[in-house]
Design a binder for this molecule. Sequence first.
Ligand SMILES: *Cc1c(COP(=O)(O)O)cnc(C)c1O
Length: 371
Amino acid sequence: MHKSNQITVTSPLLPPLEEFIPYLEEIWDSKWITNNGQFHQKLEQALCEYLGVKYISVFTNGTLPLITALQALRITGEVITTPYSFVATSHAIWWNGLQPVFVDVDPITGNIDPDKIEAAITPRTTAIMPVHVYGNPCDTDRIDALAKKYNLKVIYDAAHAFGVKVNGKSLLEAGNMSTLSFHATKTYNTIEGGALVCHSAEMKQQIDYLKNFGFEDETVVVAPGINSKMDELRAAYGLLNLKHVDKAIAHRQKLTNAYREALSSVNGIYFLKDIEGVRHNYSYFPIFVNAEEYGMTRDELYFKLKENGVLGRRYFYPLISDFSPYKSYISASKENLPNANKLADTVICLPLHAELAEADVERILNIIIKK
Ligand SMILES: *Cc1c(COP(=O)(O)O)cnc(C)c1O
């Protein structure tokens, strides 16, 4: 299949180049290209407004906010998390010298199952790091209540949940902190980038120190910080891209509806539905293949799509718990994680992005429907 005829799973939301030039000129004129410049400050303000949160700190990618959140909250020992995510979630725990403890997920949503968290808590547990997988909200009320009961901190990896609201309220208000990723592949991007959302001015201050080597001022270092600041070019790009993201989400919703409508009558293909009261962001369109009912395994369908130039992705397969740094953990066993294993073995994320044409969705659907 010729490359130009291929349909990729995602494509970055790029603002029109001519709109970006004036921002670049302003940066060049100012000669201020990083270190809490005007675009960095403007982006934080604009994101607070767009997302409906009070305190946000932007970062150079979406992994460093996870690492920094664990530092800021002084987490020790064990952190309960989900195996059904991008590998950065567990790596952030590992990089803090902590041990991830895997808990199985809900078989429908793919989010950590609150019913199974309690049994995984030990005297060494100090935090829970759930993921709002595909941007679908975790049961934050139950998770936060459990955390309160056992005096644990909660850091939500909200890398997929940009702009998601529940009953009009930002999902990012849950727990102690939430992290975002603005990587090129995400619904909203700053090329590389990310953010940490917290709930007090004091904590925001602490985070801002931590992302700049721990500097409080010229001569005072308050903590062993790191360098994870966002530069002015990407902050300006992010400010501009924020103007285009609603249109992109609306387009994603339209394509999602087209997928759902056509696939609802296909035996053995399952997909997630919208949840009442939730403003979704349509970040991903995962389907789950029941091989017996559909008459083809997930991998058979995945490779058939590929042969026809449709590059879906098996997100998330393998599970994080099956990667070599983690696979020997007791909590990584198949017996401990039956639902996560089932999802990982049956999932394909179909192409979905702001530039994808409805005709492309038709082409993809034809391959799936006409076996
Ligand atoms: C993308 C992603 C990250 C990492 O973000 P980067 O910006 O790529 O560092 C972390 N967690 C999840 C669930 C992600 O999908």
